[in-house]
Write a protein that binds this ligand. Structure first.
Ligand code: DQA
Length: 148
């Protein structure tokens, strides 16, 4: 089953960006990790990253045209203020899982504590680095098995 894993602004800078928070592994490492973990669950992950909000919206809308079983999304800072992303996620007819590497609720800047997409997502996974993605993949896979 094909799924989308959509990563937003600045995630391409993994490995060189705030390494105390996000770690030393690169975005290429993250993509490889997601593909391997998805495959182990019988899922084929189409992993994408863009720094542009509109591109993220177009990818979400693409799930209306092509067969995709579910979506994982880490919208980066857009998490905290993009009502356009929120509306798009709400419109989809496939489950969407929110993912963050860091624990947004424990971060220093208070604007990060709130996610405007959390309540329109099936679930949220935050604070476990790459393993946040694995937890979301497992949750999506279990939900898909239940709905079969
Ligand atoms: C992030 C958390 C966001 O607050 C931040 O803007 C990011 C990354 C995370 O994965 O922890 O860019 O989504």
């Amino acid at each position: 089953m094909r799924i989308f894993v959509i990563n937003g602004p600045n995630l391409n800078l993994l490995g060189r960006r705030e390494v105390a928070i996000y770690g030393h592994k690169t975005y290429a490492d993250l993509e490889a990790y997601i593909r391997v973990e998805a495959k182990a669950l019988g899922l084929s992950a189409d992993v994408r990253q863009s720094n542009h909000e509109g591109v993220l919206l177009d990818w979400l809308h693409e799930t209306f045209r092509i067969k995709v079983a579910g979506v994982l999304i880490n919208p980066g800072a857009l998490t905290h203020y993009s009502y356009a992303l929120r509306d798009a996620i709400k419109a989809l007819d496939v489950p969407v899982y929110e993912v963050h590497l860091s624990d947004i609720k424990q971060r220093e800047e208070t604007f990060r504590h709130h996610s405007v997409i959390a309540d329109v997502c099936a679930d949220s996974f935050s604070g476990h680095g790459f393993e946040s993605y694995k937890a979301a993949l497992v949750a999506l896979s279990e939900a898909l098995q239940k709905s079969e």
